[in-house]
Design a protein around this ligand. Structure first.
Ligand SMILES: Nc1ncnc2c1ncn2[C@@H]1O[C@H](COP(=O)(O)OP(=O)(O)O)[C@@H](O)[C@H]1O
Ligand SMILES: [Mg+2]
Length: 295
C-alpha cells in the first residue's frame, strides 16, 4: 500500500506520458498472494473510475506467456509456451493472444519450487533458483537423479525433491533412494559444502531435462514448432541455452523473453492488457481478485 503510488508515479515519469494519455488500465486479477492482488486491483479500479478509462483484468499466467510478444521478432501464432515459475509449470498452446489452452501441467510441485526446495535442503536462502543457477555454472552434473515416469505432457517434481533429500542424508555415499540419515548432520553439511557446485549442476540438469523432454513431446503431438519459454525459471541460464540448442537441432523457432521479462514484471501485464484491449475484453468494475485461479 505504501509503494503503489510512488511506483505508478515513477512509471509515468519514465514513460514521459500523462495519465490522460493512457487508453486503459490493466491489472493482475489472479492468481497470486491475495494481499498484493487486492492492493493492485483496488488501485487500478480507482484509477479507471477516476480517469473514466476501461478496466482490463489480466491472468498472471497469460501475462507470462505474452511476455514473449515484447520481443522482436515475436513468435508467430500458433506457438507453444513452457511457463515455469514458482507456482506453475505448464505447457500451453497459444492460438492467438487471447486464446490459450493448457495442454500439460504439473500434478504436484512447480519447477520453481523444485529449485527453491532444493536450495532449502542445501541451506541456501530463498528464492534458491538464481543461486542454484549461479553455483551450477561452476560444477558438473555428475549425480544422476531419477526422471519421473509421468505419462503425456504432465509434469511431476515432488519425487525429485525426495530423492535429493535422501541423497543428501546419505552424503552421496549410498544409493540415492535410501531414506535413513546414514551420516551425521556434520558429515552431511561437509558433503554439501564440498560438493555444492556439482550438486546444483546435477539437480538443475535433471529439472531441465524433464522440462525439455516434455516440450519435445508437445511439439511432436501438436506439430507446432514455434516454441517459447516464460516465467521466473525461464531466467535460468542453462534452460535458456538448452532450449536454443534443442531448437537448432530439431528445427524449431525458439523464443525467450529478455531476462527482465521472465520473472514477475509489469510490462507483461501491459502487453496482455494491450491485446485484451484490441479484443475488447473489458472487466466490470466490481470484478473480484482471486488468489487461486486455474488457467
Ligand atoms: N535463474 C534462475 N534459475 C532457476 N530458477 C529461477 C531463476 N530465477 C528465478 N527463478 C525461480 O523463479 C520463481 C519465481 O517465478 P516468478 O514468475 O518470478 O514468480 P511467481 O512464481 O511468484 O509468479 C522462483 O521459484 C525462483 O527460484
Ligand atoms: Mg510469476
Amino acid at each position: 500500500m505504501e509503494n503503489i503510488v510512488p511506483v505508478v508515479d515513477a512509471a509515468m515519469k519514465k514513460s514521459g506520458l500523462d495519465l490522460r494519455d493512457i487508453d486503459a488500465i490493466a491489472f493482475t486479477q489472479a492468481p497470486g498472494l491475495i494481499g498484493a492482488l487486492l492492493v493492485g486491483g483496488q488501485f487500478a479500479k480507482s484509477l479507471a473510475l477516476a480517469l473514466n478509462k476501461p478496466l482490463i483484468a489480466v491472468h498472471h499466467m497469460q501475462a507470462h506467456v505474452l511476455a514473449n510478444l515484447l520481443q522482436d521478432p515475436a513468435p508467430a501464432f500458433p506457438f507453444l509456451c513452457l511457463t515455469v515459475s514458482g507456482g506453475h509449470t505448464q505447457i500451453v498452446l497459444c492460438a492467438s493472444a487471447t486464446s490459450i489452452k493448457v495442454i500439460g501441467e504439473t500434478i504436484d510441485d512447480a519447477a520453481g519450487e523444485a529449485f527453491d526446495k532444493t536450495a532449502k535442503l542445501l541451506g541456501l536462502p530463498y528464492p534458491g533458483g538464481p543461486l542454484i543457477d549461479k553455483y551450477a555454472q561452476l560444477g558438473k552434473a555428475i549425480y544422476k537423479f531419477p526422471e519421473p515416469k509421468i505419462e503425456g505432457l504432465n509434469f511431476s517434481f515432488s519425487g525429485l525433491k525426495t530423492s535429493i533429500l535422501y541423497f543428501l542424508n546419505n552424503a552421496g555415499t549410498a544409493n540415492v533412494y535410501k531414506k535413513e540419515l546414514a551420516v551425521n548432520a556434520e558429515e552431511r553439511k561437509r558433503f554439501i559444502d564440498e560438493n555444492l557446485n556439482n550438486i546444483c549442476a546435477s539437480v538443475q540438469d535433471r529439472i531441465i531435462s524433464i522440462l525439455i523432454n516434455k516440450l519435445k513431446k508437445a511439439v511432436i503431438q501438436t506439430g507446432i514448432t514455434n516454441v517459447c519459454i516464460a516465467g521466473g525459471v525461464s531466467a535460468n541460464s542453462a534452460l535458456r541455452k538448452k532450449l536454443t540448442e534443442t531448437g537448432t537441432a530439431l528445427g524449431w523457432k525458439t523464443f525467450i523473453p529478455a531476462f527482465e521479462y521472465c520473472t514477475d514484471n509489469a510490462a507483461m501485464i501491459a502487453v496482455t492488457g494491450y491485446h485484451k484491449y484490441l479484443a475488447k475484453e473489458f472487466a466490470v468494475i466490481d470484478i473480484a481478485q482471486t488468489a487461486n485461479s486455474s488457467f
